[in-house]
Design a protein around this ligand. Structure first.
Ligand code: FES
Length: 504
């Protein structure tokens, strides 16, 4: 007979019944807990606090967690299995996934379509009535591949191990197939009414969904094996839909710049702008496009996970209890948390604010050196370390250098930029003034526009222009040029300079 144990999870207050010997990661991942290093015991991102039960510290925990943290009960959930009843407090909480509710122009057509934003961390899908443009159902979820690495490079690393790519391809296809079924079920729509499904995502997501070889993306010149539209019929994906349904993953723009950015071009209309505009998706993999009606240049840059709160001492995702905004008030930092809850950690927008405020207080020098002591206190129990500030410098330096180099490629100046769209969740929440203060986005805040989930909006627009999808958007892609930033002259120097914080 199989033995089961109760595992109580706080703050949810939920108890799950778990078979003895089950990996804690297998229990927690479906509940929304992320494993930033893919469960390799390297990052501390999956830590949980043991409130009751026994989990003996492992060698990795003794290396990564302080004696005090271990004594308090902190453990790395990726290192343990369930061998008795447990009560755990999660360091990560559920977070909202950005979808899209903005109006758009379309030509009415028959039937239904599904638009999917395949993000590295999250998935968002909408069922759309092609006659009315109405969204009939929405599904969001964590990307099931995320347990094998939070960022795209660790996903590539996992994919290159034996069986890795097949596992990741199977996971995403199965999961999205389930989301499609759920969407139709929620709307009470017969599958026969479904005409097409448009998927967008970065180049790694494109390759993994398509079952393509990722090796070319892992070595110089880091260009994709195939960058065109991938077209499938549902049966070859294992999806239980009529074979008349067309499934297409939109084409990439080059390198790590994927169809999420192509969709961003459709959503913002950047190629139709007379004046020079910039679209930036701030994330672990920062993607950016600069252009106007004359054409565009695009690039991606490895910013690291600081904007998502990862690899920061007290970092967490933008979820309840995360410090999301920080101001300098009467010579001290004042922290505001999501949900107004007691602070449990800091997310990307809070980190940018905290460093901006600390620069104003002169607690951080332009070089990034802490001048207020060995740590930067946020609350009585939370602080930023020197290394945390360095992580943010790496991230903001990568984005700022990318923008600088793209402007150079276009023969333009910062001041000639008319408008900057910030795509994605982080772009929605970040303070534009703080982003300017730390030199991340060196523009007047009024020029910067949070643009929401442009990838999902673009995928919806693609449902109404299926001819272009199947043809691979030749006209649009012909207007653009992918730039390998690391091959640009002076890249290292420009990156080094961009890591410095502006003087007040
Ligand atoms: S240490 Fe567990 S996921 Fe990184």
């Amino acid at each position: 007979m199989k033995v089961h144990f109760p595992v109580e999870l706080l703050p949810w207050g939920r108890t799950v019944d778990v078979e003895a010997g089950t990996a804690l990661a297998d229990v927690l991942f479906p509940l929304g807990v992320e494993f930033p290093c893919g469960g390799r015991g390297k990052c501390r991102g999956c830590r949980v606090k043991l409130l009751h039960g026994a989990l003996d510290p492992t060698p990795e925990e003794q290396r990564l967690l302080s004696a005090a943290a271990l004594a308090e009960g902190w453990r790395l959930s990726c290192r343990h299995q369930v061998h008795g009843p447990l009560k755990l407090e999660l360091a990560q909480w559920e977070t909202a996934i950005l979808q899209d509710e903005s109006p758009f122009h379309f030509v009415p057509q028959e039937g239904l379509g599904i638009a999917v934003d395949v993000g590295t961390t999250t998935l968002a899908a909408q069922l759309v009535d092609l006659e009315t443009g109405n969204v009939l159902a929405v599904r969001t979820s964590l990307n099931p591949q995320a347990r094998h690495g939070a960022d795209i490079m660790s996903r590539v690393e996992y994919a290159l191990a034996p069986e890795g790519a097949q596992t990741l391809t199977r996971l995403i296809r199965e999961h999205l197939g389930g989301m499609v079924t759920d969407l139709l079920g929620e709307a009470g729509a017969p599958p026969e009414r479904l005409r097409r499904i448009a998927l967008v995502g970065n180049t790694v997501m494109h390759h993994l969904f398509g079952g393509l070889n990722l090796a070319p993306l892992a070595q110089f010149p880091f260009e994709p094996a195939t960058d065109g539209t991938l077209v499938f019929n549902p049966s070859c994906l294992g999806w239980n839909l009529p074979d008349s349904v067309e499934v297409a993953f939109l084409p990439c723009l080059g390198g790590f710049v994927g169809s999420d950015i192509l969709a961003g071009l459709l959503a913002t209309g950047l190629p139709q702008q007379e004046k020079l505009s910039l679209l930036v998706d701030l994330g672990t993999n920062g993607e950016m496009v600069l252009g106007n009606t004359q054409g565009f240049v695009c690039a991606s840059t490895a910013a690291g996970p600081a904007f998502e709160g990862a690899r920061i001492t007290c970092g967490m995702r933008a979820a309840a209890g995360a410090i999301s905004a920080v101001t300098a008030s009467r010579g001290a930092l004042e922290c505001h948390t999501l949900g107004g809850l007691p602070p449990r950690g800091i997310c990307g927008s809070g980190l940018v604010d905290a460093v901006a405020a600390a620069l104003d207080l002169k607690w951080i020098a332009p070089s990034g050196r802490l001048t207020c002591g060995t740590t930067l206190p946020l609350t009585p129990s939370l602080h930023l370390s020197q290394q945390d500030v360095r992580e943010l410098q790496l991230a903001k330096g990568a984005i700022a250098a990318g923008i600088h180099l793209l402007l150079g490629q276009a023969g333009a100046e910062l001041s000639s930029l008319h408008r900057i769209w910030l795509a994605g969740a982080f772009g929605n929440y970040i303070s534009r003034a703080s982003a300017r203060r730390i030199g991340l986005l060196p523009f007047p805040p009024e020029k910067v526009i949070p643009a929401g989930n442009t990838a999902l909006r673009g995928a919806k627009l693609a449902l109404f222009d299926w001819k272009s999808v199947l043809a691979g958007y030749p006209t649009l892609r012909h207007l653009g040029r992918h730039v390998s930033l690391h091959e640009c002259p002076g890249f290292a120097d420009i990156y080094g300079e961009a890591m410095i914080f502006p003087a007040a």
